[in-house]
Design a binder for this molecule. Sequence first.
Ligand SMILES: Nc1ncnc2c1ncn2[C@@H]1O[C@H](COP(=O)(O)OP(=O)(O)OP(=O)(O)O)[C@@H](O)[C@H]1O
Ligand SMILES: [Mg+2]
Length: 342
Amino acid sequence: MTGPLLDVRQLGVEYGARRSMIDGIRRRELKGVRAVDGVSISVSGGDLVALVGESGCGKTTTAMSIAGLVPYASGSIIVEGHDLSTLSSAERRARRRRVQLVFQDPYESLDPRFQVARIVREPLDVHRVEGDRDALVREALHKVGLRPAEQFLHRYPHQLSGGQRQRVAIASALVLQPALLVADEPVSMLDTSVRAGVLELLGTLRTEGMGILMITHDLSTAARYADRICVMYLGRIVEEGPAHEVVTSPKHPYTRALVAAVPRSDGAPRDHSLMPAGETPDPSRMPSGCRFHPRCPVLASGEAARLGIADRCRGVDIELEPEVGDHRVACHAVTVSITTHP
Ligand SMILES: Nc1ncnc2c1ncn2[C@@H]1O[C@H](COP(=O)(O)OP(=O)(O)OP(=O)(O)O)[C@@H](O)[C@H]1O
Ligand SMILES: [Mg+2]
C-alpha cells in the first residue's frame, strides 16, 4: 500500500445536535456544539504524529471519532486507502480493527475483575481471531516489555504498577495487530518515573513500522518523541509540521505562546505572557473570523492593524495554508508576511 495509513480529511464532529420529537413539532432549530471543525491529519507507517492543544480543544473527540466511538458529521476518515464511509458495516469493522485506541487512564480502562491473560485475550475473542490466542497474548505482553509474560498472565490490575497497567492496555491494543495506534494522553496519569519507559515503547513500535497518533497537552513530550506535531485550537489544526520545526520555529501565535510556556531545561523561567487569559475556548461560542482572534497577541498588540489585517482576523475564518514545504499554518498575519516578504 502506498500513501498514509490514516488520512483524516476535514473531519467535523458535533455533540448535542440530536433533535427530539418536540423540537421537530415546534420546528426548533438545534445547533450542535462543533467540537471538531475541519480537522485534517495524516499518519504514515513508521510515523509518530503528536496532536497537541489545551483542554477542550477536541483532541479526544478526534480520537474517538477515528476509532468509531463517536460518529462524525462531515469529512472523511481514510484507513489504508479505504474511505470508511463507503464501506459496508462488516468491511468498516474490519478496517477499523487496523486502528486501535489506547486510553489515558490505565486504572479505568482495565477491568479490575479479570486477570491480565483474559484482559489481553478479550479483543481476540470478540473478533473471533483464528489461531493460538494464548500464544498471541503472550507475544503481545512480550512486545510491551512485560517479560516473561508468564509472570504477568495471572495478575489482576491491582497487582500491577501504573506503568505496567498502561503496558497491559497497550498489549490489548496490539494483540489485534493493528497498523495504527491512537494513544490519548497515554502517560498523563502515570508517575513521571515510568512515563519515559511507556513513551519509549511507543517509539520502538514506531520504528517497527507502526503508525502512531499520540494525543498530548504536553508540547515538550511531543517535541521529544514525535516526528510531526499538529497543534489544535478550538476544533481545528492551526499549525502542523515537522516536530523540530514547530517547536524551534513556531509560526502561529497560539503555538508561539505554547512554546514559550514550556518548562525550560536550563531552568529559565517559563514565559506565560504570550498567552493572554482572554476567553477560554468554548466550541458552543465559536468566535467569528479566525477562531484564535479573541486571545491573539498579534491583534491585541496592534500588529495586525499595522499589517492592515485586523478586520480579516476578526471576520474571515482561515484554514491551514502551506508555510514552507510541509510546515503549514492557519494565520492571516503569517500568510500576509509571507506574501509581502517572500
Ligand atoms: N459527550 C459530549 N457531549 C457534549 N459535548 C462534549 C462531549 N464530549 C466532549 N464535549 C465537548 O467537546 C469539546 C472537546 O472535548 P474533548 O474531550 O474532545 O477535548 P480534549 O481536547 O480531549 O480535552 P482534554 O485535554 O481536557 O482531554 C469540549 O468543549 C467538550 O466540552
Ligand atoms: Mg481529552
